[in-house]
Design a protein around this ligand. Structure first.
Ligand code: ZN
Ligand code: MN
Length: 144
């Protein structure tokens, strides 16, 4: 894998330790964090980084195609370093956002039986429901 500093440089971004920290954090997680979650996760190791810097960094990353922004209906956007189109699921019970690695739900516009009179450049599929852990907790709560 390419070094983070090199990836940022190739995108024309000035390399700073804070930008490296934000991008590495997103590469290492599949939790689709929002700016605040990223800020809190990096607070300890990057004490001089402000929440405003995290927002600004995410905005640069988004415009350069290093991350994708997900709007799952919360007040703030979630971020994903996996930039290709893939479906997501949101648990309305605990709020977690996960990847749905289901081929049938990926690139839906290409699977349509009828061609669309619309040039699709991107699609975002978000399913809402209850995650496996929350389903289990509900079942346990009922049996007590
Ligand atoms: Zn859940
Ligand atoms: Mn994802």
């Amino acid at each position: 894998m390419k070094e983070t500093a090199q990836i940022l440089r190739e995108k024309g971004l000035k390399v700073t330790p804070q930008r490296i920290a934000v991008y590495n954090m997103l590469l290492q997680t599949n939790s689709h964090p929002n700016a605040d979650m990223i800020y809190r996760a990096l607070e300890e190791t990057n004490p001089t980084m402000s929440l405003a810097t995290v927002y600004k960094t995410l905005d640069y990353f988004k415009h350069l195609g290093l991350v994708q922004e997900l709007n799952v209906g919360e007040g703030s956007a979630r971020y994903d370093a996996t930039v290709h189109c893939h479906p997501h699921a949101v648990c309305t019970c605990c709020g977690k956002v996960v990847d749905l690695e289901v081929e049938e739900l990926t690139n839906l516009h290409e699977k349509l039986s009828q061609p669309l009179d619309f040039a699709v450049s991107c699609e975002q599929l978000i399913l809402y429901g209850t995650c496996a852990e929350c389903q289990q907790e509900r079942t346990l709560a009922k049996t007590v």
